[in-house]
Design a protein around this ligand. Structure first.
Ligand SMILES: [Zn+2]
Length: 374
């Protein structure tokens, strides 16, 4: 049976057997490779029913069984894994800077990716329309159609102009974008905050053993996501931005949130850029003056290029930002005591300067493990 047929049955059928098949497949997708006894326990099924349904999932091509488990004497136990190539997942990030489309299999391996630079003038609707057209082309390039997609995840991280009505965005714009994507593709669409999606992927790929994952990003805005498991729970919606608005200096710089001295004003990419520009205006020497001809051309890429060239001005600006970033992370560690911390790609440069906080992290969260990656 084609994947689209199976999935549409999984979505709509009230049949008890179909629902059990779906539940088992979801556990294997999230936790696989997994043993049959663990599966019957997690799905709350008796061993015979579980074995029958597993055979059915194998027959449908959704999972495979391998004798790979640790033997405790006698026959090696069988491990069940999702068939990574039965179907694809598409992820779309709508952003004012670079929007991204990613095509993945069920093991979350990235099969294809493409970036579209925003002109800065498009509305989120226009941007999404462009991205959906590009997704169709990307699928065609890989001999796929939307029927091969199990679903589309959309990270709506579009920064709206200051003063936009947040409530209207959540109540009208987000559901409208979801409906637009569902109508055009015929696929189920999940729409939400990009930082939560990124944290969930990190959790599934690298931190499954962790009961509390703290994930931070540092691009246009500083955001965080905290995942508690099992079962997986996120902090309430809207809390993703709280980390960036942590007060670090009561008499500090004014923030658009109305408070003073928020982390965003010191540790974000925008803050680093502002510091660099201010120093250049005061006539401080920097290799940047040879990289661009106009102040407006200075962006994160130019600053990181200058840092690679060991430019003291840019390195100092980054180090200062990392100082605040590290302070905020140390405070968060004492609040949440996470078992792991994961930082997204843009934060990697910052982390060069973070080891000085290691002692404090260890004290606040002795068994944590950190990962910084692309
Ligand atoms: Zn603020």
């Amino acid at each position: 049976m084609a994947l689209s047929g199976i999935l549409s049955e999984f979505r709509s059928s009230k049949n008890s057997k179909t629902r059990k098949l779906k539940a088992l497949w979801q556990i294997i997708l999230n936790d696989g490779p997994v043993r049959a006894d663990t599966l019957s326990e997690k799905a709350n099924m008796n061993a015979a029913t579980c074995a029958r349904l597993l055979d059915e999932l194998i027959r449908l091509g959704l999972i495979s069984a391998d004798e790979l488990g640790q033997s405790t004497g006698g026959r090696k136990p069988i491990l069940y894994s999702a068939n990574p190539d039965k179907g694809r997942l598409a992820g779309i990030e709508i952003s004012n800077i670079y929007s991204t489309i990613v095509l993945q299999n069920f093991r979350l391996d990235v099969l294809a990716t493409c970036k579209i630079k925003a002109t800065g003038q498009e509305t989120p609707q226009v941007l999404l329309d462009k991205l959906l057209t590009r997704l169709q082309t990307l699928l065609e390039e890989h001999n796929l159609t939307t029927a091969d997609l199990a679903g589309i995840g959309i990270a709506a991280d579009y920064t709206l102009p200051a003063g936009s009505d947040r409530q209207a965005v959540n109540e009208y714009l987000i559901p409208h974008l979801k409906e637009m994507a569902e109508t055009r593709t015929g696929c189920p669409v999940t729409i939400g905050s990009g930082v939560n999606f990124a944290a969930l992927a990190e959790y599934r790929l690298r931190h499954k053993q962790s009961r509390r994952l703290f994930f931070t990003t540092c691009d246009a805005e500083i955001r965080s996501s905290t995942i508690l498991s099992e079962p997986i729970r996120f902090m309430p919606s809207g809390t993703e931005n709280a980390f960036g608005h942590m007060t670090l200096d009561l008499r500090g710089r004014a923030c658009e949130c109305g408070a003073f001295g928020c982390l965003n004003q010191y540790g974000s990419m925008e803050a680093i850029r502002n510091t660099v520009v201010q120093h250049l205006r005061r006539g401080k020497p920097s290799v940047i003056t040879t990289l661009v001809s106009d102040e407006r051309e200075i962006d994160y890429h130019v600053i990181f290029k200058a840092i690679e060239l060991a430019d003291p001005l840019c390195t100092e600006a980054l180090e200062e930002a990392a100082y605040y970033y590290g302070q905020a992370i140390a405070i968060s560690f004492s609040l949440f005591s996470p078992m792991s911390w994961s930082a997204a790609e843009h934060s990697r440069q910052n982390t060069r300067f973070l080891p000085r906080f290691r002692k404090r992290w260890r004290k606040n969260s002795p068994d944590f493990r950190k990962s910084i990656h692309r």
